[in-house]
Write a protein that binds this ligand. Sequence first.
Ligand code: PEP
Length: 256
Amino acid sequence: MNKQLRKAVIAGNWKMNNTPAEAAHLIEEIRPLVANASCDVVVCVPFIDLHAAAKAAQGTTIRIGAQNCHWAQNGAFTGEISAPMLRAAGVTHVIIGHSERRTYFGETNGTVNRRVRAALDEGLNVILCVGESSEQRRQGVTDELVAMQVKIALDGVTEAELQRVIIAYEPIWAIGTGKTATAQQANAVCAVIRGAVAALYGTDCANKITIQYGGSMNAQNAAELLSQPDIDGGLIGGASLKAPDFAAIVTAADKG
Ligand code: PEP
């Protein structure tokens, strides 16, 4: 079963929530609940929380992620954070191309690609987000759109680097709306993404890449989503802000 070739990864995306003190407190709450997890557990926090989060996660298997990074190593980019800075702060993972960044902050497939390559160059793991709007789904272009997002984002990424890439399928209409894709809808697009990776890198690589679903995943619907053959984990927004809910999703991934 190909699913066994892949590591399940549950990643929390806290977005713009929690002060450093609140971040430390939430990670302390999460710690005992995920201590025996067999899947990878990542918590992606605001930049300002990275230090406190890394300290609170020390000695555990919880990995700390950021929610974006710039493509340059340093320079005149006011307000931005570079991949070497993230690494120095104890970060192992970085979300790139989240739809909120694409929609509100002008991210394009081209800048997403530059950020992906910068993060990989620095040895970070990338959680690359792709997904369609409700209008694009209605127009029937979901499959070609996500395949194109994947292709452009991975331009110039080597097969070896691909091992540090996780792809998160996040339909925009399901993010923060409480409207989850059905397990079948989510799995079908994750399979399309796997096909796109196969076209670029071959079937072996495609069978090994971790593909997450994200969009209103919660403690109630996680088990069904995570049991799908092409869904290897989740990127969790709202439900990652409550330790018991996040832990319940981790438990569901361990069973999935
Ligand atoms: C997200 O922000 O990546 C996300 C999936 O959010 P939510 O779980 O709140 O829909």
